[in-house]
Design a protein around this ligand. Structure first.
Ligand SMILES: Nc1ncnc2c1ncn2[C@@H]1O[C@H](COP(=O)(O)OP(=O)(O)O)[C@@H](O)[C@H]1O
Ligand SMILES: [Mg+2]
Length: 383
């Protein structure tokens, strides 16, 4: 009896040790995949999730347990069918497929998906998919491409504006001379008034174009500008032009201590005037324009960060890459020339600032402008 019982006890304890060991391996495995910061899933050939990590659960706003059994395309991209360029079926055992990009409309971010089919000999079936967030790299790439494009369009536009400036000046001067000499009751008087008005409109466009292409002599004198004063004045002007019936509320949260910047006040005004005009135009039925400033320390650099926030119509995803291009406008003819943001972009390049656009959380748009350079407190010493 003693030997049989001893055998049973020892086999039981081996079993327990094995179970404990397997449990420990399982815990280690879960801890490992949860430590991966990129969303990770294992999917069977019916696109159903068999395992997921915490990063994926956070994106799906569900628990890891709830993801198991759900379709990967629904969980990740909110789609009702597999993603167009999904590589899952093409993946050969033990091999990775070329990565492909998908856009996640739930959090407005781009991901590169790496897919690898599992070895069936190991008893595991399906594929592993790792999603790497590529949004920041993609934005940088787009910005570089855009800068290049804008530089060549700028050259073209500058040349064109120069050529047109002289004959246009002639039309305007002769129209004004005619008007002086004509009897205002003459049948053609009104026609000449129209010619003068049209020529003036063209002149504004040409001036904007020259501004954009920066072929205008720049005012090289940089002075200490109180950016809070510049912003308040620009908002006041934009308000007069675009918010005449005061349907929009204006909130200032000017919290940057170091808000005196060595820069060009006229060009700074132009930046904020354009951005605030766009914001008011995006809120035809009313809304709130919020202007914020704050100092941000990145490494040893002190930045003056300004945000122009509206809760208007917002910008469509497919337009985001185009808004800084000259002549891109979604406005009715006469309402917009499509030059505002390209001018802002050009000025910021000259003055050493950056601009980024993002969606306001619930509705509308945020433009973020950052300046570094010589900043100081109002009435304080240079930093
Ligand atoms: N705050 C904003 N809200 C919504 N759309 C905007 C905003 N700012 C710019 N846009 C979009 O960017 C386009 C280009 O702007 P801009 O270069 O200033 O030219 P314009 O105002 O003459 O159209 C606008 O037509 C509009 O579609
Ligand atoms: Mg505009």
């Amino acid at each position: 009896m003693a030997s049989a019982a001893r055998k049973k006890v020892s086999s039981l304890s081996v079993e327990r040790t094995t179970i404990e060991f397997v449990e420990q391996l399982k815990r280690q495995w879960i801890e490992t995949i949860d430590a991966i910061p990129d969303p990770f899933i294992m999917v069977n050939d019916e696109y159903k999730i068999t395992k997921a990590n915490v990063a994926m659960a956070e994106i799906a706003e569900a628990s890891v347990k709830d993801l198991v059994g759900q379709s990967c395309y629904r969980v990740f991209a909110g789609r009702s069918s597999p993603c167009e360029n999904c590589q899952m079926i093409k993946a050969k055992p033990g091999k990775s497929t070329p990565g492909y990009e998908i856009f996640n409309s739930k959090n407005d971010r781009w991901y590169e998906v790496a897919t690898r089919r599992l070895h069936s000999e190991s008893g595991q079936k399906g594929t592993v998919q790792i999603y790497r967030d590529r949004t920041d790299a993609k934005n940088l790439q787009n910005r570089l491409a855009q800068n290049e494009k804008l530089a060549s369009v700028g050259q073209l536009a500058g040349g064109f504006a120069h050529e047109i400036n002289n004959p246009l000046g002639g039309i305007l001067v002769f129209a004004q001379m005619l008007l002086k000499e004509m009897d205002s009751k003459s049948t053609h008087y009104q026609d000449v008034v129209e010619i003068e008005a049209a020529a003036k409109r063209c002149k504004t466009i040409v001036e904007n174009l020259l501004d954009f292409s920066r072929q205008r002599p720049l005012n090289p004198k940089l002075v200490d500008c109180n950016v809070h004063d510049v912003i308040t004045n620009a908002v006041k002007f934009a308000n007069l032009g675009h918010n005449k019936d005061r349907r929009c509320e204006i909130k200032f949260k000017l919290n940057a201590e170091d808000h005196v910047l060595n820069s060009d006040p006229n060009r700074l005004t132009q930046i904020f005037l354009n951005l605030c005009s766009n914001a008011f135009q995006a809120m035809p039925k009313g809304g709130t324009l919020t202007v914020e400033t704050i100092n941000e320390l990145v490494g040893k650099t002190n930045y003056l960060t300004t945000k122009i926030i509206d809760n208007g119509t917002g910008i469509k995803q497919e337009h985001l890459g185009k808004i800084f291009e000259p002549f891109f406008t979604t406005k009715e003819p006469g309402q917009g020339t499509g030059l505002g943001l390209s001018i802002v972009h050009g000025i910021l390049q000259d003055l050493g600032g950056t601009i980024e656009v993002s969606k306001n959380k619930n509705r509308g748009t945020i433009f973020t402008i950052k300046f570094s350079g010589t900043l100081r407190k109002h009435g304080g010493a240079n930093k």
